[in-house]
Write a new protein. Structure first.
Length: 283
């Protein structure tokens, strides 16, 4: 009779944690920080259809990184919990703390289950209060751990350089334009290119705020035009060098049997969020 294969519980949990962290690390980073009028949520997201930042209830927002299908299921769960509690009791009874507890129980149960893989997600549940002292930002990890954050927080991708940049440059009471610029510059520090920190364009960002000055529903998305106004749009150097009325150069005729190569920049494929490792979409 053969001896059954044995793996210690500590090794099982370690393997699950490594698996979840690897999946989260494939996603692009997100930053949540407090500014003078509320809470700002900024995520690097190249997909115009798949949202990483969403509204949960009147004054509560949700942000996530990792596998889209997994955190989208969690977002829908949170919306249903909030709607049911607000309808059964009172809208004031729907709080970020209650939602964070529900998410923690769900993630913890899945992580400790022997028959399921852990969720490759990291979440933030944020609630804006009447003043900065009453704002609430809860961070939830793949194993159901909950942390109460203040000021700013980073999740997904390369978090250490982003956190270092924010630690050196963040200040309380920033205006919304200054807060957006700071968050975008910090995200550029996360995965720098050969020439230094990346410059992230407005069409590669998803930005929203919880504005305490807004009546009832505090959640508001910043449009691409608004982001371009804040960040500025650099004209290409080649376009500035050529006269505006210069006719375009004629393309060389294609040889028989030869396909003409595409011209201009190639946009990303619609809905493409994979990091290129073949393990599925990660945002």
């Amino acid at each position: 009779m053969t001896t059954p294969f044995y793996i210690s519980p500590e090794q099982v949990m370690k393997d699950k944690a490594d698996y979840a962290r690897k999946g989260i690390g494939r996603g692009r980073s997100a930053v949540v920080l407090q500014y003078e009028a509320g809470i700002l949520l900024v995520a690097e997201n190249w997909s115009p259809a798949l949202h990483k930042i969403s509204e949960i209830y009147d004054q509560i927002a949700f942000a996530a990184v990792g596998r889209y299908n997994e955190f989208e299921n969690l977002r829908i769960m949170g919306v249903r919990i909030a709607d049911l509690r607000g309808y059964s009791y009172d809208r004031r009874d729907v709080t970020a703390r209650a939602l964070a507890n529900a998410y923690a129980q769900t993630l913890g149960t899945i992580f400790s289950s022997a028959g399921e893989k852990p969720f490759e997600v990291e979440l933030v549940v944020a609630e804006v209060g009447d003043d900065a002292a009453s704002d609430q930002i809860y961070r939830l990890t793949y194993d159901g751990s909950v942390a109460d954050e203040h000021g700013y927080m980073v999740m997904g991708g390369h978090t250490e350089p982003i956190s270092t940049y924010l630690e050196q440059n963040y200040a309380e009471g920033l205006a919304v334009d200054d807060a957006v610029k700071l968050a975008v510059r910090a995200l550029g520090e996360g995965n720098p290119g050969p020439e230094g920190p990346r410059r992230i364009a407005a069409n590669q960002l998803e930005v929203a705020v919880l504005d305490r000055a807004r009546p009832k529903r505090k959640f508001k998305r910043l449009t691409r035009a608004r982001l371009e106004e804040i960040l500025g749009v650099d004209a290409p150097a080649e376009a500035a060098a050529e006269p505006a009325d210069a006719p375009p150069a004629p393309a060389a005729p294609a040889q028989p049997g030869e396909e003409r190569p595409p011209t201009g920049p190639q946009p990303p494929k619609p809905g493409s969020t994979s990091s290129g490792d073949g393990n599925g979409p990660a945002l």
